[in-house]
Design a protein around this ligand. Structure first.
Ligand SMILES: CC(C)(COP(=O)(O)OP(=O)(O)OC[C@H]1O[C@@H](n2cnc3c(N)ncnc32)[C@H](O)[C@@H]1OP(=O)(O)O)[C@@H](O)C(=O)NCCC(=O)NCCS
Length: 194
């Protein structure tokens, strides 16, 4: 596994997570409207959860099992944005990554965006760069993604990435005490090249 590179897109920088992202994670993932659409982010989101997340991201990257980036604003030409007084990174606006199943050259795409930045194309722009990294650098053959039927905005992101809807998986996950369906989307390397 190579070092996780920084990926730049027209408006965004995708960089490895750092220890000082913890306060921003707590702030942004603490919003129930973000947390409830994910498979596993708990609510409320305690500071220890952020520490666990950062440790798990590092461990799984070392083991070749995942690649996860912090999404921040593109730096201005002069300098990186200054750190905030709470020690967090000023411009942390989300996360995007791939959970890799190396034996099958397959990965699952996941993302979340800070609520204050929804509807600006950020998830699509960030995920497009990560999908390209998955196919071109990791040599993946298939990238999947799932969303709850009640979260159509995420399905819109998947379609904008060129992913195809493959079906609804009934009662696929158990979340907050109830079984939940998931919509399954996927993109093959051959679709992406075409
Ligand atoms: C889903 C999420 C990642 C989208 O992030 P975003 O940066 O706002 O996404 P984008 O702006 O790139 O695209 C959103 C698209 O959804 C569409 N959309 C939003 N709400 C919608 C709704 N209720 N029904 C249909 N489409 C909707 C938008 O119109 C947009 O499509 P368009 O560009 O064609 O107009 C963000 O809302 C989020 O983080 N939600 C909570 C966590 C989450 O859902 N993570 C994904 C789990 S599968």
């Amino acid at each position: 596994m190579p070092t996780l590179p920084t990926l730049d897109t027209p408006r965004l920088r995708l960089r490895p997570f750092r220890a000082d992202d913890a306060p921003a994670l707590v702030r942004e993932l603490g919003d129930v409207e973000v947390a409830r659409e994910t498979l596993s982010v708990p609510h409320p989101y305690a500071p220890e959860r952020a520490q666990e997340f950062l440790a798990r991201v590092a461990e799984r990257f070392e083991a070749g099992k995942s690649v996860v980036w912090a999404i921040v604003e593109s730096p201005t030409p002069e300098a990186e944005p200054p750190a905030r007084s709470d020690g967090s990174t000023a411009a942390l606006i989300g996360a995007v990554g791939l959970e890799i199943v190396a034996a099958h050259r397959r990965a699952e795409l996941g993302y979340w965006i800070a609520k204050s930045r929804w509807g600006q194309g950020i998830a699509t722009e960030a995920a497009r760069a990560v999908v390209a990294y998955g196919f071109d650098t990791l040599g993946l053959h298939r990238i999947e993604a799932h969303h709850y039927p009640e979260n159509p905005g995420s399905g819109a992101v998947m379609r904008k990435l060129g992913m195809k809807h493959e079906g609804r998986l009934r009662a696929k996950v158990w979340r907050d005490g109830v079984p939940r369906d998931l919509e399954l989307y996927a993109l093959l390397a051959s679709d992406a090249r075409g």
